[in-house]
Design a protein around this ligand. Structure first.
Ligand SMILES: Cc1ncc(COP(=O)(O)O)c(C=O)c1O
Length: 387
């Protein structure tokens, strides 16, 4: 293999996707309950996404950000019209979106205060990306190892601990970055009182609140973005993963007074906002925003949660069930890696994160019958391991 050894890859080569299934080179079908790590919101072979991408490819693949093109303008408008934000910057990935958000927060603070007000607070068990700044913002030591020295200006606060946050705020802090539900950290939900307290504190001190919705965004938690179900408005929001309908696309969005801190020359990306990825993104947004789409998804998500709760009641090997919408996790009392391996053999794609948490991030188009296939599998495996 000529690829660098950075992923623990499974020995299956995927060649096709159909509905909510991936198909390998031997024709074996896998029910994909991970959707390319929260990327394929409408499963595989979605006609609207495919047509949008193909049309765009035929017209124009790339023109550079020296020029306007139609797809990014349309996607930015869809995002602005359906969120509390006024301006959008497109990147290629989640890490790059967070990098941009960090730069924006620092520039805003520098213009209004001074250069020593630049610290970003993030939370334990968070995950914000693999570039050096986002790796540093990631509140998990294991990701930092081997890559010192890390950039300065980051502090970590225990998740869901408002007193610790209050104690940590001083004149050096310019922004707080938080995932409303920590994905890689193990499906840890920020509790509502904590988020309300955090938002109030940030407003009082003019500290910018950055919501990292790279994993929670685009309908996964039941609203277009998770903040919309919380009654608070962040100053900056980052998105990626599902945003491009399978193509590499990220974004950071901000309210006008914050966004205006950036001027030509401050930030950029050669491929960011590529018309083909943005055409895919428009197809995703138009679908997710269709009347009834999220309602129907929420009904299926409730069914999924109820089934997982039933398993939790049945098997003490499950320590906790956590989740919202279609972002679900079962924390086990044992390590989860072997479950994932056996699931693959059985034709089911799930994931284990933070050692003991079985994570499920299915396409938003998952059907109840498909959920039942996973539940039957888990029931059998949990029983076998409990006997
Ligand atoms: C919450 C969150 N932020 C940022 C990232 C980084 O995104 P990317 O891998 O597209 O750089 C991820 C990826 O898993 C994520 O879950």
């Amino acid at each position: 293999m000529d690829l660098m050894n950075t992923y623990k890859q499974f020995p299956y080569k995927m060649v096709k996707g159909e509905g909510n299934y991936l198909i390998d080179e031997n024709g074996k079908k896998y029910l994909d309950l991970l959707s390319g790590i929260a990327v394929n919101p409408l499963g595989y072979g979605n006609k609207k996404i495919e047509d949008a991408i193909i049309d765009q490819v035929k017209n124009l693949i790339h023109a550079s950000n020296y020029f306007y093109t139609e797809a990014p303008l349309k996607l930015a408008k869809l995002l602005v019209d359906n969120t509390c934000f006024d301006k959008v910057f497109f990147s290629n990935s989640g890490a790059e979106a967070n990098e941009g958000a960090i730069k924006l927060a620092r520039k805003y603070s520098e213009m209004k205060y001074d250069i020593d007000r630049n610290v970003i607070i993030s939370f334990t068990n968070s995950f914000h990306g693999r570039t050096l700044a986002t790796l540093t913002a990631t509140g998990q030591d294991s990701f930092h190892q081997h890559f010192f020295p890390l950039p300065k200006g980051f502090k970590y606060c225990p998740f869901n601990d408002i007193d610790a946050l209050v104690a940590m705020i001083d004149d050096s802090v310019c922004a707080i970055i938080i995932e409303p539900i920590q994905g890689e950290g193990g499906i840890n939900i920020a509790n509502k009182e904590f988020l309300l307290g955090l938002s109030k504190l940030a407003k009082e001190k003019d500290i910018l609140l950055i919501f990292d919705e790279v994993q929670t965004g685009l309908g996964r938690t039941g609203n277009l973005f998770a903040y919309q179900g919380l009654g608070i408005e962040p100053d900056i929001l980052t998105s990626a993963k599902a945003l491009g309908g399978g193509l590499p696309l990220g974004a950071f969005m901000a309210k006008a007074d914050v966004a205006s801190s950036l001027v030509p020359g401050d930030h950029g990306s050669t491929f960011g906002g590529n018309p083909v990825a943005c055409a895919g993104g428009c197809a995703v947004l138009e679908t997710v925003l269709q009347e009834g789409f999220l309602n129907e998804m929420n009904g299926v998500a409730e069914y999924f949660s109820a089934k997982l709760m039933e398993l939790k009641g049945k098997y003490p090997i499950i320590k906790e069930f956590r989740g919202m919408g279609l972002m679900l996790g079962l924390e086990l009392n044992i390590e989860g890696a072997d479950f994932v391996k056996v699931a693959y053999e059985a034709g089911l794609i799930i994931n284990c994160t933070n050692v003991r948490v079985l994570r499920v991030l299915p396409p938003l188009t998952i059907k109840k019958e498909e959920i039942d296939i996973l539940i039957d599998f888990l029931d059998g495996e949990l029983k076998r391991r409990s006997d």
